[in-house]
Design a protein around this ligand. Structure first.
Ligand SMILES: [Zn+2]
Length: 353
């Protein structure tokens, strides 16, 4: 892994920088070229993102109706500089033009909106009906998807190792959930606070998927991103909430670096201090907690985690997270409750209690 200024560090993206880096060193020139395209694109987006990061509230595009309002644009293989692209559809109006990626982006954005509204009574990412904007067909065969602080941007994948990211509802849920974090505790995107930011995005990403697929805690595979993995890659997920690694020594993707215990915490400076790496620790705690509770994870477990967002601040780390989730469990369910015991069991499993 390289240093803090590694060029693959990106704005909120689904393919972690260490995976891109592995691909950039591949023997196959095409894989290298596609990886370099991701690095370049992330750099392009970062310039815009730096401004948005300092004033997240400015980034929200107000919704005309202050309720579910989706817009999909076609980037026509152009880059981030050409955002948002050509309008394909706006909520309540017919398609001007459509394709598979656009339909998925539109439908999945709707599921994310519905999820937050139905279970947490949250009106879009900013709780004020902001528009859910998606642009599809970023560059050519682009192997990543992004939340740039303002909207979703999807590559099509190269079709061999990764396929269109719009297909994976957990990925769509993950990226939009970064917007929810921005508009609540706004966890700073580095070190432990950044790992928590990634953690919340993974949690709500998988909960949206479990809800739409009607999977309880025992039916879910607790894997992220399996629907965007292409036919030439023999791994089952980009990462997993379960113990162990999602993949090891894969010729294309390398090895999943996520630890599932605090003893394995990554302390280097790559990936903004391991935001996509150390999120494995709270992710696994959430999984242990949800399994202890049983039933549908988006109900009690999801609700406690959603309420926790309001008890953290931009600098919160793992210890603050432990305290905040325990205090939510205590306040909502009582000191001797099964919920509090489950939360504690989760944190104990990863060595944080
Ligand atoms: Zn993310």
């Amino acid at each position: 892994m390289s240093n803090a200024h590694d060029s693959s560090a990106c704005i909120h993206c689904i393919i972690a920088p260490y995976v891109v880096e592995h691909m950039a060193q591949h023997d196959d020139a095409e894989i290298r070229k596609l990886a370099m395209d991701v690095v370049e694109c992330a750099a392009e987006a970062r310039t815009a993102r730096m401004m948005l990061a300092t004033m997240p509230m400015m980034a929200a595009i107000p919704s005309p109706a202050q309720r579910k309002h989706r817009i999909v644009y076609d980037l026509k293989n152009k880059g981030m500089d050409d955002l948002p692209g050509t309008l394909m559809r706006e909520e309540g109006k017919p398609w001007k033009k459509k394709d598979k990626a656009a339909e998925e982006a539109y439908r999945h954005a709707g599921y994310v909106y519905d999820f937050y509204k139905k279970f947490f009574n949250r009106n879009s990412l900013d709780d004020n009906g902001m528009s859910l904007i998606s642009s599809v067909h970023l560059r050519r065969k682009h192997n990543n998807a992004y939340w740039n602080g303002e909207q979703m941007v999807y590559g099509d994948g190269d079709g061999r190792r990764l396929i269109r990211f719009t297909k994976a509802l957990d990925v769509v849920g993950h990226e939009f959930s970064h917007g929810v974090v921005t508009h609540t505790c706004n966890l700073e995107y580095k070190n432990e606070s950044g790992a928590l930011n990634e953690h919340f995005a993974d949690v709500f990403g998988i909960l949206v998927l479990q809800w739409k697929q009607n999977q309880d805690v025992t039916q879910s595979d607790w894997n992220i991103g399996k629907d965007c993995i292409g036919p030439e890659v023999d791994i089952s997920a980009l990462r997993t909430f379960k113990a162990g690694k999602a993949y090891e020594n894969d010729p294309i993707m390398g090895t999943d670096l996520q630890p599932k215990h605090i003893d394995g915490k990554y302390t280097g400076s790559a990936d903004k201090g391991g935001v996509h790496i150390n999120s494995g620790i709270p992710n696994h705690a959430f999984y242990v907690m949800a399994l202890a509770l049983g039933g549908n994870a988006w109900e009690r477990a999801g609700s406690m985690w959603y309420k926790t967002l309001d008890r953290l601040n931009s600098k919160s780390g793992f210890q603050e997270m432990v305290q905040a989730t325990c205090s939510v469990a205590r306040d909502e369910h009582g000191a001797g409750s099964a919920e509090l015991k489950a939360v504690e069991k989760g944190w104990r499993a990863v060595g944080l209690m």
